[in-house]
Design a protein. Structure first.
Length: 567
């Protein structure tokens, strides 16, 4: 079967990977000149490596790790064996105080999120309500902002700190991400279901990634650690790549797509079609063919993309001298930053010898995760800044973070990072800044409080057309690397049933409580944990009333004087 895949991001490459392994003739068409989609990177003329945004891999990325094991890296092993880092330590650094890390093996977020004991109990209750909700979570909690769900019960300081982790960890703007998505993310991180063994390397012996293990990075720039070897391996298997060849239109109807038209006017023919572009591009492509745009599943692409694209702006701070850290691999959420900054030093995760750029000894990648909150210098949200204003804002937010400064001083003999010469600060070059608004080369979609009902399946009503991408419906159910890989596998499976994917792990006790909650939800009753809590309270009050009623007469009888026997 001849298969045309449109999009060389993670989802499209995964679909190509699975189909070519099973003997299909695969061609990949990509709008850009490089693979990777929103994971892509590049090097500047002076060798400075840059990435579109920050990206990590969690312990629940089962399909991702399984895929990485199948991609040759070099003679020493696969990408999984050779190009994946050891876990990073994530901390939360406030403007006033020390950075906190969660080094416990139990779920105890009090210190890292600046919570009181009451905050912890309330935080856990809201979390458990999402975990144990089924349809209620997808249909109702998916419309409730996470900041609102937890903000009702947390103190202000705890709420602000908790919200600051949504961008760096969950991958979405805290002002738009839902209760459903945040609860789902933390449940997946805390209850993984399987472990992933990793081989020994120059840092030590074999190790195991499991529940609550830190997130992993690649041991080099993304193009060199993953996409370069991946594309080379696919080409060796016969996959043909066409770069700078965006899809414009599909020609067909419910019975099937017959041919496709590129933006150049070139005609493409195939037996099956995989649209693995971003959803904004997919919506435009489908809308050009009314006979397709009216079909169930495909018409959902319109409301799916009604929110403005998500904005995460990554930038690099390149230092002329090496900056040490007190932990081997450190990433920080700058907790009080208006732009919700997250930071890590590339050289901590990358292999020794990976070039950082001319004259660069330390390289920090920093990402601004929120674009709509006014900054402290110019009073402007990221969306309205010029490039110069953006750099002034983010550098001021970094300099104001006492938690970051204390960590650096601790590992550098009391010397601040502010005293180290900066070679340059580089912003991902594709962003166009102006007071009228920020524009990127490709619009980025993420889960928000308005998208859950419109997630399309990979299989469409058109028998030879499938969709792929982290915006499609998956077990992962979060815009992530794992969702992209799973969607690529599911899309390939829709064309070839031999393709398999690893399903989500959900513990039995959660599945059982979800079934109970679905029954309650169907009749308009409260959430299952609320019902259980109300039942326990009623039982306790009932027992207290019965005990109190029974104790009264006994006390009265005990108080009566004994009758004297007759003489």
């Amino acid at each position: 079967m001849r298969v045309a895949v449109f999009g060389a991001g993670i989802a499209g490459l995964t679909a190509a990977h699975e189909l070519v392994r099973r003997g299909h003739e695969v061609s990949v068409y990509e709008a850009l000149a490089v693979p990777g989609g929103f994971f892509r990177g590049e090097r500047s003329a002076d060798g400075l490596p840059a990435e579109y945004s920050w990206h990590g891999m969690g312990p629940w990325y089962h399909n991702t790790y399984d895929l990485l094991r199948q991609i040759p890296f070099d003679a020493g092993g696969s990408v999984y064996d050779r190009a994946v880092s050891r876990p990073i330590d994530f901390g939360v650094a406030p403007d006033d105080g020390v950075a906190r890390f969660d080094d416990t093996r139990v779920v105890w977020p009090r210190a890292i999120f600046r919570m009181t004991r009451r905050d912890v109990l309330c935080w856990a209750w809201v979390m458990l309500r999402q975990w144990t909700a089924g349809r209620r979570s997808e249909e109702r909690y998916a419309r409730v902002p996470a900041a609102e769900a937890w903000g009702r019960v947390l103190t202000d300081l705890a709420s602000r700190t908790w919200n600051a982790t949504f961008g760096p960890w969950v991958g979405s703007d805290w002002t738009r991400v839902s209760w459903h998505q945040v609860g789902l993310f933390y449940r997946k991180h805390l209850i993984v279901g399987r472990s992933w063994p990793h081989p020994a390397d120059e840092e030590g012996g074999p190790w195991l990634q499991r529940s609550r293990t830190g997130w992993l990075l690649f041991r080099g720039p993304s193009q060199e650690a993953w996409f370069g070897p991946w594309v080379a391996g696919l080409e060796a298997q016969g996959v043909r790549f066409r770069w700078e060849a965006p899809l414009r239109r599909l020609h067909g109807d419910r019975d099937g797509v017959r041919w496709a038209e590129l933006a150049t006017g070139e005609r493409v023919e195939a037996d099956a079609w995989v649209v693995a572009t971003n959803p904004y591009a997919a919506a435009e492509i489908v809308a050009r063919t009314p006979s397709l745009a009216a079909l169930d599943g495909l018409r959902d692409l319109g409301p799916l993309t009604r929110d403005e694209p998500h904005v995460q702006v990554a930038f690099r701070v390149a230092f002329a001298e090496r900056i040490a850290w007190p932990r081997p691999r450190t990433a920080l959420v700058i907790a009080d930053s208006e732009y919700d900054l997250t930071l890590f030093a590339q050289e901590q995760a990358w292999r020794p010898g990976v070039a950082l750029g001319e004259g660069v000894a330390s390289l920090w990648t920093v990402t601004a995760c929120v674009a709509t909150v006014p900054g402290r210098v110019h009073g402007l949200p990221l969306l309205r800044c010029t490039r110069e204003q953006f750099l002034e804002e983010v550098m001021a937010q970094l300099r104001a973070c006492d938690g970051l400064d204390r960590l650096v001083r601790e590992a550098n003999g009391g010397r601040s990072w502010k005293d180290v010469p900066i070679v340059r600060v580089e912003v991902w070059r594709e962003w166009e800044f102006s007071p009228e608004g920020l524009r990127g080369l490709q619009p980025k979609w993420v889960n928000t409080t308005r998208t859950q009902p419109w997630l399309p399946a990979q299989r469409t009503p058109v028998p030879n057309l499938v969709l792929a991408g982290a915006h499609t419906r998956t077990d992962a159910d979060l815009w992530s690397i794992e969702a992209a890989v799973e969607s690529g596998r599911r899309a390939a499976a829709a064309l070839d049933p031999r393709v398999e994917w690893i399903p989500e792990h959900v513990p039995g006790w959660i599945r059982r409580l979800r079934r109970l909650d679905d029954a309650l939800y169907a009749v308009g009753a409260p959430q299952v944990l609320d019902v259980a809590a109300a039942g326990l309270l009623a039982l306790a009050l009932g027992l207290g009333w019965r005990v109190g009623r029974g104790a009264g007469p006994r006390r009265r009888r005990a108080a009566r004087p004994r009758a004297r026997p007759p003489r």
